[in-house]
Ligand binder design. Sequence first.
Ligand SMILES: [Fe+2]
Ligand SMILES: [Fe+2]
Length: 271
Amino acid sequence: MEFFTSLEKILKTQDTEEKITEFSLFYKAYHDKQLSFYHDSSPIVFTSPSYAKTCRIVDARVIPKRTALSTTKGKALLIHAIAHIEYSAIDLALDHAYRFRHMPQKFYDDWLEVAEDEIRHFLLCEALLKQHGYHYGSFDVHAFLFDVSQKSLDLLTRMAVVPRHLEASGLDANPQMIQKLSKHHDSFAKACISTLETILKEEVSHVQKGDYWFKWACQREGVDPEKYFDIVEKVLPGAKKKKPFVNVKARQKAGFSCKELRLITDQECQE
Ligand SMILES: [Fe+2]
Ligand SMILES: [Fe+2]
């Protein structure tokens, strides 16, 4: 079993259950040091996301707003959106490990560990959906995360844009969703909150890993890490704009400096 060939196969697998089973067999073989590494093969660029047959992909602008959290369907829509982020994040983490070759072992350890976390997050959301008569694929999704990942194909850009920017944005969005849900006291809302809390706690380490490898890539390529937002802006224009809410504490824990955070928020930040 070869590491990169196996990852490519898992990334291409469209059936969600099959992908998760394949990953756990692969991850066990990785831990047991049963995999060979052929770093000189070339990674392919994917043209469609692996969930294209599970979910109907639409333009992000036509996805319904998740405002009606008092209804079961409203909460299902919210948790479906999270399930979709988590599912996309499985492929993103696997793609980091697949795409970048000749990296230190820790790089592969880190992103496979993240993929395992994302699988757990996805399964938590999927279980909640199933309990309420829905499943992954019940609602339309957008392919934003996939599109961004395949537009950031060098290590420096990928680490800046995906784990250090997009996953950090998740740290900001998560407490806001928890706050909206906490106005509702039904068991579904409570279960959504507990799932979101678990995800928030674990996502900090994903951003931390992104921070570590972004700075590692900066050092290797002689790039000033302070150019971070300029790098992100090239793929995601507007990334440097001030945001209504930034999870300053979680972002600091994940490696952001106050100097950087002041570019995107007026909230207080103490080193
Ligand atoms: Fe996650
Ligand atoms: Fe994550």
